[in-house]
Design a protein. Structure first.
Length: 413
C-alpha cells in the first residue's frame, strides 16, 4: 500500500483544520477515546455540534484563539492508501511553518472561502506550492453551504484561480466544491451539489497517481553510514548504507562517487541483510563496491552518465526562518541530504513578493518569512541537482553553527 503526503493551506478561518477533522471523522479514522474527548471539549458550542478542528489544533493557544499556529501532522489509512496530513497555519507570520510542512508533500489542498474568493494568502500559498514544485494541486472551494451551493460562485473562483495558476506554472490542478462543516463532497457525495459531476475529496486522494512523481532516471544515493564491522567473520566487509532518493541501482552498474569523482562498480546490493540484484527509490540499501576507495558520510553514489552538478557556489531561493535577519557575509552550515559543510551567504540578489509575483532588487537583508534569491559559497564542493529537476537532491537547509537551529530552507536553482 503506497503513502500519500499532503498539506492543507489557505487563509485564516478558511476551514483547514475542520476539513481534516471531517476527513478523519467521516472516514471513521477517529478512535473512541478521541471522540469522547472531542465531545467533552465541544460542549460549550451553542449549536451543540462537535468541533472537528480540535483534532488538529493541539496547542493550547490554538484552541483558545481558534487558529492553527504550528504544523500538525495526522496519520490515517483507508483500504486503498495510507496518508500523512500536514495542517499548515494560515497567518502570514507562520509562513515558515507552511514551507516546512509542504517540503515533502506530494499534494497540496488550497482552501478558498466561497464567500471571499481568491485572497492574498491564496496567492502566497500557491506561489510557495510553485516554488516547492509540489506535483499535485487541489483547490477546494469551502463553505459552499454559506453561498447556497451556488455554481456561479464556484465557477468564478475557478476562473480567477486559473489566471494565478498560469502565472505560477501550476499544471495538475483539480477543483472541488465542498463544505467541511457539513461534510459535502469530503467523503460522501453531496446531495446539495448535484451540478458538480466530479468525485469527492477522499476519492481523489485515494486515486491520484503518485508513482510517476518519483524520479527513476537520475540515480542518487547519499551515503548515511559506512559499515565496517571488523570482526573475524566479517573482516573484509565494507558496505555503504543509505536511502536511494531517486533512480535505480543494479549489480554491475558503473558508478561515480561525488564530490571526489572516484569511479567503481557495484559488486553487491543488500536490503535487510539479504542480497538483491536491483534496488530503486525510495528503498534503504547497503551497497558494496568492487574497489576499496575512500567514501564517507555525505558522499553521493551516482550512476555514470547521470551526473549532478558539483560546485562550491550555489544560487538558491531561500525562505528565511529566523527572527534574526539574514545579512550577506553571515556564516552557516549548509546541509543537503547527509552532506553538511560550512558556508557563507555571499549576497542577496532580490526579494520575491509572492503576492504580486514581483522582485525587489533594493533589498540589503532578509527578515523572517522572506523569500529571497541568494548566492551561497561552501567551504568544500557539494553534489546537487536543481530543485526543479530533482526535489530530493535540490533542497537544502541552513543551520546556525552556534545554536544548531535551522534558519533557512533552500531551493537550489
Amino acid at each position: 500500500m503506497d503513502l500519500l503526503r499532503f498539506i492543507t493551506a489557505g487563509s485564516v478561518d478558511d476551514g483547514k483544520s475542520t476539513l481534516i477533522g471531517r476527513l478523519l471523522f467521516d472516514s471513521k479514522s477517529i478512535l473512541i477515546d478521541q471522540m469522547e474527548a472531542l465531545e467533552k471539549q465541544s460542549r460549550n458550542k451553542e449549536d451543540g455540534e462537535i468541533d472537528l478542528a480540535l483534532l488538529t489544533d493541539g496547542l493550547r493557544a490554538e484552541r483558545e484563539q481558534g487558529i492553527t499556529i504550528d504544523v500538525a501532522y495526522k496519520y490515517f489509512a483507508t483500504p486503498k492508501r495510507k496518508f500523512i496530513i500536514a495542517d499548515a497555519p494560515g497567518h502570514i507570520q507562520y509562513t515558515r511553518n507552511m514551507v516546512t510542512g509542504a517540503s515533502n508533500a506530494n499534494l497540496i489542498i488550497i482552501l478558498v472561502d466561497a464567500r471571499n474568493g481568491i485572497v492574498e494568502q491564496t496567492r502566497r500559498h500557491s506561489a510557495i506550492a510553485s516554488l516547492l514544485n509540489i506535483p499535485h494541486v487541489v483547490v477546494a472551494v469551502n463553505k459552499m453551504d454559506l453561498v447556497d451551493y451556488s455554481q456561479d460562485v464556484f465557477n468564478n473562483i475557478v476562473i480567477d484561480y486559473a489566471e494565478i495558476a498560469k502565472k505560477l506554472e501550476l499544471n495538475e490542478i483539480t477543483y472541488i466544491p465542498i463544505s467541511a462543516l457539513k461534510g459535502d463532497n469530503i467523503v460522501d457525495k453531496s446531495t446539495s451539489l448535484t451540478w458538480y459531476e466530479g468525485g469527492t475529496l477522499l476519492e481523489l486522494l485515494e486515486s491520484i497517481e503518485i508513482q510517476k512523481d518519483t524520479n527513476l532516471t537520475h540515480a542518487r544515493l547519499p551515503v548515511q553510514y559506512v559499515i565496517r564491522p571488523q570482526t573475524e567473520d566479517l573482516h573484509d566487509y565494507r558496505g555503504y548504507a543509505g536511502k536511494i532518493i531517486s533512480g535505480i541501482y543494479s549489480k554491475g552498474d558503473e558508478v561515480t562517487i561525488l564530490p571526489s569523482g572516484l569511479k567503481s562498480r557495484i559488486k553487491d546490493i543488500e536490503i535487510g541483510g539479504k542480497p538483491i540484484d536491483e534496488a530503486f527509490a525510495t528503498q534503504s540499501v547497503v551497497i558494496h563496491l568492487e574497489d576499496d576507495i575512500d567514501i564517507s558520510r555525505g558522499d553521493v553514489i551516482v550512476k555514470n552518465g547521470q551526473q549532478p552538478k558539483v560546485s562550491q557556489e550555489l544560487e538558491v531561493l531561500l525562505c528565511w526562518m529566523d527572527s534574526k535577519p539574514l545579512v550577506p557575509g553571515n556564516k552557516y552550515l549548509l546541509q543537503i541530504n547527509s552532506s553538511r559543510v560550512r558556508s557563507v551567504v555571499r549576497g542577496i540578489e532580490y526579494k520575491l513578493d509572492v503576492n504580486a509575483l514581483k522582485k525587489n532588487y533594493e533589498l540589503q537583508e532578509a527578515g523572517l518569512n522572506d523569500i529571497v534569491k541568494a548566492t551561497i559559497k561552501t567551504a568544500s564542493p557539494v553534489a546537487f541537482d536543481t530543485y526543479r529537476e530533482l526535489r530530493a537532491n535540490g533542497g537544502a537547509i541552513l543551520i546556525d553553527e552556534t545554536s544548531n537551529v535551522t534558519v533557512g530552507a533552500c531551493m537550489i536553482q
